[in-house]
Each structure stands twice: as structure tokens, then as C-alpha cells.
Write a protein that binds this ligand. Structure first.
Ligand SMILES: NC(=O)c1ccc[n+]([C@@H]2O[C@H](COP(=O)([O-])OP(=O)(O)OC[C@H]3O[C@@H](n4cnc5c(N)ncnc54)[C@H](O)[C@@H]3O)[C@@H](O)[C@H]2O)c1
Length: 263
């Protein structure tokens, strides 16, 4: 891993799971990390700003506390489908979008945004027209109103990740024109506190079946390395992409070798 001394990163969700692993990896490489989370991180971050990503005013207050320019925003925070649909959509999609766009004036030239979406959003092509309707809204508040009028019953988590993945694909060229990049990482199941909720909402058979097929679930470190890579100069020509980090299950589904998991 290259030396990141002097580089500055903001990591959301740094208090647990994948975000914690991302923060640890950056700090070990010498970077300065600012954490945005509703809980306190245990990684030795330079600064922690408490924020509730379900509340746009709280996000604005957190943004005001940021100082100077950053090399990347790593948007990792998220909640599972055991939480109510509007809150899932607010945290996983609306907050992600609001922060990504707020960083257009806070990134160094060549800087980037990485979004942790999910393989659970794999069905976005079937809902692209609806997702594009959402993407036509401009603000967090307008997006929340749109979702209230178009609730994705029983499926808010998947929909939130479909929207996040398509947002990243859709924004690559706009980021490029401004001298930045945006990419997504799509983890399969990862051993973090959220996984128990996924067993509840996506079915034990689905989640446990994937671990049986692959021999294990992913670890936060499996995902963190790719998040950090996408934010690095090594990935300078990767833009508007969604990179699966799932042990191979996504490719097997795409090729028709295994059935589409029933998330
Ligand atoms: N673990 C998996 O199996 C898996 C699979 C695919 C995608 N993901 C995605 O990875 C990301 C990280 O998940 P994880 O597995 O590390 O889960 P986690 O529960 O360990 O961590 C989530 C983090 O987000 C923070 N957070 C949640 N709601 C917040 C809010 N309202 N305001 C501020 N911070 C808030 C939590 O405090 C926590 O630090 C999420 O976006 C999740 O959807 C996880």
C-alpha cells in the first residue's frame, strides 16, 4: 500500500464494519481521516464529527465543520432493510448523494468519491426508468418527497442500492468534467453487524447459502482495500464504475451459472 502521508479523507460509517476497516487502512498508510458517523469510531481518526445522515440539517451542520480540501470522500455508512423504508432511502441514497455533491467544492483537483453500494442493487436495469425519475430530483428534500410518493414496498434497501449504483454510473462524466471521479463498490455479504439484519430481511437461506457456496462471507478488509484503491491515483482512469467485491457470485449470476438470489 502506498504512503498516504499528507492526504486527507472523509469516511462516513467509520464507527463500524467496512467504514472502520477503511479508516484503519488509511490511517496505517499515514493519511488524515475525518469520521462522519452517528457513533464514535474506535479507529484513531484525526477528527470525528457526529452526524445523523437521516437528517439533512445535521448533514449541513457537519459539512460546515469540515475545513480545507480533501483527497476523497468515502461514503460507506448505510442501514439495512430492518429500518423503515424512508429512513433507509434517506441514509443510503439521499445522504450519499448530498455528501457527494457537497464535496464537489471540497475536493482537491483529481480527487474522488467512492460509494459503498451493494450487490443487492443488482436488479437496477429492470427499474431504470423509475430510478431515473428519482435522479431527476435535485435535493435531499425533493428526493425524500419523491420517495414518499413512490415507496418501494418491502424492498427499500435493494432500491436504495439500485439508486446509488445508477447515480454513480450516471455521474461519472459530470465528475470528469470537473476534474474528479466517482465510483461504487458493490460488496456481497460481509461479516459485520449489519449481516444479522440481512439474514432477517433477505432470508437466512439466501445469506447462509452464499457463504456455503463461497466457503465464507467477505470481511470488512476484503472491501476496504478496493475502496481505498478506487480513491487512489492508481485508479485514475476508473470513473463512473461499479466494482463488485463478492467472491465471484455477481459474475456467476450475470453469466446465468447460478440463479439470481432472492434478496
Ligand atoms: N455487511 C454487508 O453484508 C454489506 C453488503 C453489501 C453492502 N454493504 C454496505 O456497506 C456499508 C457499510 O455497512 P457495514 O456492513 O459496515 O455495516 P455496519 O452496521 O457495521 O456499519 C454502518 C455504519 O453506518 C453508520 N450509520 C448508520 N446510520 C447512520 C446515520 N443515520 N448517521 C450516521 N451514521 C450512520 C453506523 O453508525 C455504522 O458505523 C453500508 O452502506 C451497507 O449497506 C454491506
Amino acid at each position: 500500500m502506498s504512503d498516504l502521508t499528507g492526504k486527507r479523507y472523509v469516511v462516513t460509517g467509520a464507527a463500524s464494519g467496512i467504514g472502520h476497516a477503511v479508516a484503519e487502512k488509511l490511517i496505517k498508510a499515514g493519511a488524515e481521516v475525518t469520521s462522519l458517523d452517528r457513533n464514535d469510531p474506535t479507529a484513531p481518526v484525526a477528527r470525528h464529527i457526529r452526524v445523523d445522515l437521516a437528517d439533512p440539517d445535521s448533514i449541513d451542520a457537519a459539512l460546515e465543520q469540515l475545513d480545507g480540501e480533501y483527497d476523497a470522500l468515502l461514503n460507506v455508512a448505510g442501514v439495512p432493510g430492518t429500518v423503515s423504508g424512508p429512513i433507509v432511502f434517506a441514509i443510503n441514497t439521499l445522504a450519499m448523494r448530498k455528501l457527494a455533491e457537497a464535496f464537489l467544492e471540497r475536493l482537491v483537483p483529481g480527487g474522488s468519491v467512492v460509494v459503498v453500494s451493494s450487490t443487492a442493487g443488482f436488479a437496477w436495469p429492470q427499474r431504470l426508468a423509475t430510478i431515473r425519475e428519482f435522479l431527476a430530483t435535485d435535493t435531499y428534500e425533493e428526493g425524500a418527497e419523491w420517495f414518499a410518493a413512490h415507496p418501494q414496498e418491502g424492498n427499500a434497501y435493494n432500491f436504495s442500492k439500485e439508486c446509488s449504483t445508477v447515480y454513480v454510473h450516471a455521474m461519472g462524466l459530470a465528475f470528469h468534467e470537473m476534474g474528479f471521479r466517482i465510483n461504487a463498490v458493490l460488496p456481497g455479504p460481509v461479516q459485520t453487524p449489519i449481516l444479522e439484519d440481512f439474514r432477517e430481511t433477505m432470508g437466512e437461506d439466501t445469506i447462509d447459502g452464499l457463504a456455503t457456496l463461497l466457503g465464507r462471507h467477505g470481511t470488512p478488509e476484503d472491501i476496504a482495500g478496493v475502496v481505498v484503491f478506487l480513491a487512489s491515483d492508481e485508479a485514475r482512469w476508473i470513473n463512473g464504475e461499479a466494482v463488485g467485491v463478492d467472491g465471484g457470485i455477481g459474475g456467476a449470476v450475470l453469466a446465468g451459472n447460478v440463479p439470481v438470489p432472492e434478496f
